[in-house]
Design a protein around this ligand. Structure first.
Ligand SMILES: Cc1cc2nc3c(=O)[nH]c(=O)nc-3n(C[C@H](O)[C@H](O)[C@H](O)COP(=O)(O)O)c2cc1C
Length: 179
């Protein structure tokens, strides 16, 4: 099976810890994994964790400024750019075509496969604004990894939990095998 070069975008959802598991599982399977975090995500979970799990330094808002054109450097030679977890706010920024942080700028400059794994409270997910943003991203060719049904950390029930890591890994392995 082809081994992929994958950029994992990490945003500030309560499911951020699952992203570490995703990076670990993908690295274990021999994929080359790079990680880019939003400013808030990097405050919530240390980039050191992702660096250790991916064996690469992590792109954050604070460490990329000397890299010339970081959003271009990062996106070069990628096979897949997956943002997991993706917050409602990130999805809104991406749908609007914002490029005011490293993650959105990189997303906008990358034209290869872009996958988004929404992760949020069920009401946030159901909200017409979020649904409209998701439809917009789909119309741009993004693949949306449907969130799971269940009970959110706050107790609300419904769709919104990030797709289970094993399911995301299976989808990526399938993509690696069949394109
Ligand atoms: C404890 C806590 C948990 C949160 N969990 C989520 C979440 O699961 N999904 C979401 O869309 N927003 C969540 N938010 C709100 C986001 O963190 C907030 O919109 C933030 O600005 C997103 O930043 P980012 O998209 O740049 O990473 C949470 C906020 C707090 C304080």
């Amino acid at each position: 099976m082809k081994k992929l070069t994958i950029l994992v975008g990490v945003t500030a959802s309560i499911a951020i810890y699952r992203s570490a598991e995703l990076v670990r599982e993908l690295s274990k399977r021999g994929h080359s994994v790079r990680v880019a975090m939003t400013r808030t995500a990097a405050l919530w979970m240390s980039p050191v964790i992702f660096s250790a799990l991916s064996s690469h330094s992590v792109y954050t808002e604070d460490n990329h400024k000397e890299d010339g054109m970081p959003h271009i450097v990062i996106r070069d030679n990628l096979d897949l750019f997956i943002t997991a977890p993706a917050t409602a706010d990130f999805i809104s920024r991406a749908a609007a075509g914002h490029a005011d942080d490293l993650l959105t700028a990189t997303l906008l400059s990358y034209s290869g496969p872009r996958w988004i794994a929404p992760s949020m409270n069920p009401n946030m997910f159901r909200h017409p604004a979020t649904q409209k943003n998701i439809d917009m991203l789909e119309s741009y060719g993004y693949k949306i990894l449907s969130p799971a049904d269940g009970e959110a950390v706050c107790g609300d029930k419904g769709e919104g939990k990030m797709m289970p890591v094993q399911d995301i890994v299976s989808a990526i392995e399938d993509f690696a095998a069949h394109g």
